[in-house]
Design a protein around this ligand. Sequence first.
Ligand code: F6R
Length: 610
Amino acid sequence: MCGIVGYIGDAKKTKQILLEGLLRLEYRGYDSSGIAVLNKSVTNIVKAKGKIAELQKKIGKEKLEGQLGIGHTRWATHGIASEVNAHPHTSGTTSVVHNGIIENYVELKSELKQKGFKFISDTDSEILAHLVESGLENGKSFTESARGAFKKVKGACAVVVITEREPEKLIVLRNFSPVVVGLGENENYIASDIPAIIPYTNRIVYLEDGDMAIVEKNEVTITDLNGTEVKREEVLVSSDPASFEKGGFKHFMLKEIYEQPRSALDTLRGKISGDFSSIELAGINTKQLNKIKKIITLGCGTSYHSCLIGKLLIENLSRIPVEVSIASEFRYSNPIIDQDTLVIVVSQSGETADTSEALLEAKRLGAKTLAITNVFNSKIARESDQVIYTRAGTEIGVASTKAFTTQLLVFYILSNILGKAKGRISEEDISSNVKSLVGVPLLIEKILKLDDQIKALAQKYNNFNNFIFLGRGLNFPIALEGALKLKEISYIHAEGYAAGEMKHGPIALVDENVPVLFIAPKNGANFTKIIGNLREIKARNGLVIFLTTEKGADEYKEYIDDLIEIPNCDYNISPIATIVPLQLFAYHIARIKGTDIDQPRNLAKVVTVE
Ligand code: F6R
């Protein structure tokens, strides 16, 4: 959701750092963008509707030099996508960029209107500019004015503010919305996301909720909202610059699909013993896990789908009962939790507001918490008692791919650990499961070889307006995930169902215009049942694409219009395998349709509002 970048230092570099930073953050939001550059004590602002390319076009050859600046790429919450609603917002001498939502904006707006401030946008963010300017007009310093404003607003916020009256500093607020300070020599940086500034510095200071940072060229001072100085450690972060390049692929999504063998290997590294005989999770307190009587897994979107699979794996291997919750529902569902409950929160970004709020609620109710996340030191990682990192590498494409398969790997590893802790599985079982796990990178590589076949299928099916995805057991969540991938990047209506549920209603939708995609590995416990469902669809003239393992379709070819055959694999691993062709299918259909695959309409990579 929205991206923020800020810079103070060399006047000649400001424009370039802001624009490059915004380009790297574009995946966070892309309906409009803008920058404000402070040159001595004059602010120059350029804003544009649409992508950063539009902003670049508008800036053209303009020099836009200045000792400091702020930039923003927006995902609309209050007010439509338009130039006037784009950030930075201004009031007199003050300019501001903001991520998040100001919950008490109606009352603050009417207060400010009474004081004579004129609002030109429909955004809640403009309030911040007027609040700071109001303090400055009353003779307060910039720091006092910013602090006063920040104290008044309620809701999740990351804010950067500048003023012509004190043109040698930027002031930053973090309140439940991520923002970091990057340290340089005679220059400093601000970003909502590290990728924006990683080419310039890897010296990062993570702000905590309630922190206000005063960022000058040679100094960064961090205080709480009462003005008391607080110390935050500098952290050296490592990041692979190749993650931010497409590396010869047309889209990040395709690159990330193809990175899955590597991200699987990286995720396994350090979690499997050197002799491949056992599974270990460094830093995870297995004694504590041993006491767990109930587990709740929760997440949003794709991460929620991995939670659904996580439940089945954990219950199978450890017999600990698991409930699954959509993170945005969990918080308001009056969940039953005690100190023997483990809540596992799953989030690629580690910043999703619905998930982090659910995590806080779980902690408040006394649960033990464990995060599965892809982003080091993210909010969710920091708030959880224990963390297991997926090692997918930075995921840029808005449609999650490699993060999902690595989450599934972690769930499988964790299930084995829990199974062992509960005495439900033997060392032999574990070492056979390890064999399956270490085979995953090669398995995915083999499946990627089907790419041309899937591309041809996309040619055949791209004109259909509705799709149904069906699976059972571990592959029912894959039906949901396959349908989600198709919806979000190709804008085609698709539904995922448990195959057995079709006959209870949705089968009424089936005719020759609705392709039905079955996900049915042959060794699935319900394989014969799914063949029954296949016959039911064919009896209603449905078009069938059948995704199965080797020879899985041999006896049923008469019911199948198109077959996708993947190598045989352990059933517990099968969701990691079956999702790959579906990612490719969605990708190729979207490509034919010419949609914006890496930045699909209406979406943002990191959703930091509830
Ligand atoms: C879909 C997708 C989203 C995210 C969801 C949660 O492709 O990417 O559904 O999975 O917004 O995001 P994280 O995992 O960052 O919490």
